[in-house]
Design a protein around this ligand. Structure first.
Ligand code: NAD
Length: 333
């Protein structure tokens, strides 16, 4: 059993903890939280051990049983998943170093934190046995999921993508915009460079816009392939990748609202959509391919975290890990 701890129990941490608890080759030793709140209370109800990562008094009077400090958790685990907010993870590296544990960071941290940015389809093998890795962000994961198969099958000459990003996660009432489309002033946006931390040779440029929605990100992706193809061929290719799901205007799926309605219908924990939803109605003209895809920012990185844990703790068989993760999370049904 791989002994796993999760530091930070917000949007990503809670989902990764639940996914770890579902694996028959992993043990969720505990989660580390700064404060007592409804999430801590629910985690306790689910039987998770809670460790305090902040002020020792933060849980006093809450009625929540605390099993120890973050330090106590670190001595009991083989690997820690750091799902603290952007920038905090980097500060925690010294703790993990000292405790001698393996560590995974999320996309809010930079590539340099581990010099190994991870995506299960694109570079699983490079993480086998690694001490540190970073699972790339939700948008980067979304781009890699659908670009990697094209890169492998046809070769990619160039990619241009426009990312319409959700303004906030559903529980983040203090973020926006509430009534605007806010442009990312950086052209290209950082997302293309982040994709290249996993596939360095990819010629990709991205632009980003923040929108007044909490459901999903939506990408419009234009790809210049090295070989000409047809929509039928691309659809056949994507069928081989369970973490891509095809949706269609013909089935009345014309927005992120219907994609997330489908996710809720699937009945998974949190009503999540781990797969990247790609519209079947794509434009293919010779070498040029254009498609829309929707990315559930809260959950697409969850299976990637599970595979990163397995790779780093010694599972050398990429397909075996992906199959196991997908089965446990009901992906590709
Ligand atoms: P979050 O704010 O929802 O949760 C962060 C958790 O860390 C909370 O439990 C918070 O209490 C705790 N925390 C805050 N300060 C801390 C500190 N100093 N020490 C320890 N714990 C602390 O954040 P999130 O959205 O889950 O993001 C976590 C990471 O995942 C970030 O790197 C983020 O960029 C990345 N990520 C987020 C999303 C998303 O859409 N939310 C998607 C992919 C990747």
């Amino acid at each position: 059993m791989i002994r796993v701890g999760v530091n930070g129990y917000g949007v990503i941490g809670e989902r990764v903890a639940h996914a770890v608890a579902k694996q028959d080759d992993m043990q969720l030793v505990g989660i580390a939280k700064q404060h007592s709140d409804y999430k801590a209370r629910l985690a306790e109800k689910r039987g998770f051990s809670i460790y305090s990562s902040g002020d020792q008094k933060a849980f006093e009077g809450s009625g929540i049983t605390v099993a120890g400090t973050l330090h106590d958790l670190l001595v009991k685990v083989d690997i820690i998943v750091d799902a603290t907010p952007e920038g905090i993870g980097a500060k925690n590296k010294a703790l993990y170093e000292k405790a001698g544990v393996k560590a995974i960071w999320e996309g809010g941290e930079g590539h340099s934190i581990s010099d190994l940015s991870f995506n299960a389809y694109a570079n699983y093998n490079s993480a086998v046995g690694a001490r540190y890795a970073r699972v790339v962000s939700c948008n980067t994961t979304g781009l890699l999921r659908t670009l990697f198969p094209l890169h492998k099958e046809f070769g990619i000459a160039s990619v241009s993508a426009v990312l319409v990003r959700r303004g906030a996660d559903p529980s983040e009432t203090s973020k926006g915009p509430i009534n605007a489309l806010e442009l990312d002033k950086h052209l290209p946006s950082h997302h293309g460079a982040d994709v290249r931390t996993v596939i360095p040779e990819l010629n990709i440029s991205t632009a980003a816009i923040k929108a007044s929605t909490t459901l999903m990100h939506l990408h419009s992706v234009s790809v210049e392939l090295k070989k000409s193809t047809t929509a039928a061929e691309v659809l056949e290719l994507y069928k081989k990748y369970r973490r891509i799901t095809m949706v269609s205007f013909k089935d009345s799926v014309s927005s992120t609202a219907q994609v997330m309605d489908m996710a809720r219908e699937l009945g998974r924990g949190y009503g999540d959509m781990y797969e990247i939803a790609v519209w079947k109605e794509m434009l293919v003209e010779g070498n040029r391919l254009q498609y829309f895809q929707a990315v559930h920012q809260e959950s697409d990185v969850v299976p990637e975290n599970i595979d990163a844990i397995r790779a780093m703790c010694g599972e050398a068989d990429q397909q075996k890990s992906i199959d196991k993760t997908d089965k446990s999370l009901n992906i590709g049904v």
